[in-house]
Write a protein that binds this ligand. Structure first.
Ligand SMILES: Cc1ncc(COP(=O)(O)O)c(C=O)c1O
Length: 483
């Protein structure tokens, strides 16, 4: 068979989607070089770079070309023009929202996975990868202290994990009269969005106002349960915080686990960012009780140093997921290989799934768990030092102390006796000026209405100097804006 026949009669000199091994190597090495250059220079770079729609329309709006462009130039454009105009989420002074700083082995693992293009929906199509996913899930299960047999699946992130969990809960309580979902006012928005997506009636979703400590406790919850039962509803699920995004606060997990087991309810712990703190002694203490949950959301792309998109849902009874999600159309009749050989597509929303567990498997083995423990612990120490620094400073006010890497505070000029609104406006201006300077990327939030600056310190590259210089800039900018 000549080349022409092999290609279905297409002209061998015509357009093709193939590349020679030399071209592939050149491009691949170019990408690796670009990444290493970026990583090596990260500390000297700005922490954030934005752009307006107008600027970007002028730069990037093109019709797709009919004929090839030089790939090297295209890759350079992607690196220097497109990817550079974004926040550096892995910058050592990126303290906004929830940072993410992947390790090199996990990035390379993702590249491998893309090249192998593994289909991780069924055991038939991905036996080795499925086994590795089972192993990684079992690592997580044992770290959390969940019982043997608990398992789940890797997801695109915490939002997807929370959604999959609520699908399973809804299924479990399918026959109950008006099942009710409880979440604190510090719960992540993805939980309320998931409730909306699964069609949970808004009047049966209770967003519970927390007290000054921002925690959901037995005492805060119990009155609601009684009231709902007396009105003919069925308390179904408590969605607890295993590290609230706002402040790092952890709900009273042990107490909530007691309530849930007494009342036949499901306890879901959203530990998307905080969960991996269980690898440390103080994290285990803070998250005591998490292993008793019926389901736990984790986000390895947050505090386990993995690249996006790496989330995870663990459930005490994987059958709960399989009952809710399994669908077996004719064209998938070949994939049933028995309970020993789970099809991950039966445990969540996606049929076609990427092999996300590989990056965790490779990076944890490449560095050893002790390195992960040490970095998570160090981040908590930095947050505690930030709290101590702010508490001592005359012009900073701690709003919530360091909890699982998060500390909320605000600039408050010494002797300030003005209106709250003025303080809020001042802090907003400090925040904007700091972000604009590029020195650090920070974000704000509200704690029961009070405007707060927030530091989220999870990056293995961040040092005390990074944290201190950021707080010093807040003080300097605040001073300038008051002058
Ligand atoms: C506590 C918590 N839950 C859920 C999420 C959503 O996770 P993702 O952004 O991975 O979908 C986040 C993200 O910040 C979070 O902090």
């Amino acid at each position: 068979m000549n080349d022409e026949d092999h290609r279905g009669g297409a002209e061998s000199s015509g357009p093709t989607l193939e590349m020679s091994p030399e071209e592939m190597r050149r491009l691949g090495y170019r990408a690796v070089d670009a990444l290493i250059e970026r990583w090596s220079g990260l500390r000297r770079d700005v922490a954030w770079r934005g752009a307006t729609r107008g600027e970007l329309e002028a730069l990037f709006r093109r019709d797709p070309p009919e004929h090839p462009e030089a790939p090297e130039a295209l890759f350079d454009e992607a690196v220097h023009e497109v990817l550079a105009r974004a926040g550096r989420i892995d910058h050592p002074r990126f303290f906004a929202f929830v940072p993410s700083s992947p390790t090199w082995p996990s990035v390379v693992a993702d590249f491998l996975v893309a090249g192998f293009n593994t289909f991780q929906g069924t055991w038939l199509e991905s036996a080795g990868p499925s086994q590795v996913e089972l192993v990684v899930l079992d690592w997580f299960r044992s770290w959390l202290g969940m019982p043997e047999g608990a398992s789940g699946l890797m997801t695109s992130g915490g939002s997807a994990a929370n959604l999959d969990a609520l699908v399973a809960v809804r299924h479990r309580f399918g026959d109950a009269a008006r099942p009710v979902l409880y979440v604190s006012d510090q719960g992540h928005s993805s939980l309320l969005r998931a409730a909306r997506i699964v069609g949970w009636p808004a009047e049966d979703v209770r967003t519970i106002r927390t007290g000054a400590d921002l925690r959901l406790t037995r005492a805060v919850l119990e009155g609601w349960l009684e009231r709902d039962r007396s009105e003919g509803r069925t308390p179904a699920v408590v969605c607890a915080n295993g590290g609230a995004t706002n402040s790092g606060v952890v709900d009273a997990l042990d107490e909530l686990a007691d309530v849930c087991s007494e009342q036949g309810m499901w306890l879901h712990v959203d530990a998307a960012y905080g969960g991996f703190a269980v690898l440390t002694e103080r994290g285990r203490e803070a998250l005591a009780g998490i292993g008793r949950a019926d389901s736990v959301t984790l986000d390895p792309h947050k505090w386990l140093f993995q690249p996006y998109e790496t989330g995870c849902l663990l459930v005490r009874e994987p059958r709960d997921l399989e009952r809710a999600f399994t669908a077996r159309p004719e064209y998938l009749q070949d994939v049933e290989l028995g309970a020993e050989h789970p099809n991950f597509a039966d445990r969540g929303l996606q049929l076609t799934r990427a092999f996300r567990a590989l990056k965790v498997w490779l990076s944890v083995r490449a560095f050893g768990l002790a390195a992960f423990r040490a970095e998570i612990d160090r981040a908590m120490t930095l947050a505690e030092r930030a709290e101590a620094y702010a508490a001592e400073a005359e012009d900073l006010e701690v709003l919530t102390g360091a909890q699982l890497g998060v500390m909320c505070y605000r600039y408050r000029p010494a002797g300030f006796s003005g209106e709250e609104a003025a303080l809020e406006a001042l802090n907003q201006r400090v925040q904007d000026a700091l972000v604009e300077s590029g020195h650090a990327m920070v974000s704000s939030t509200r704690l029961h209405g009070t405007y707060a600056l927030r530091l989220c310190i999870l990056n293995y590259r961040s040092t005390w100097e990074d944290v201190r210089s950021t707080l010093e800039r807040v003080q300097a900018l605040g001073g300038e804006l008051c002058a």
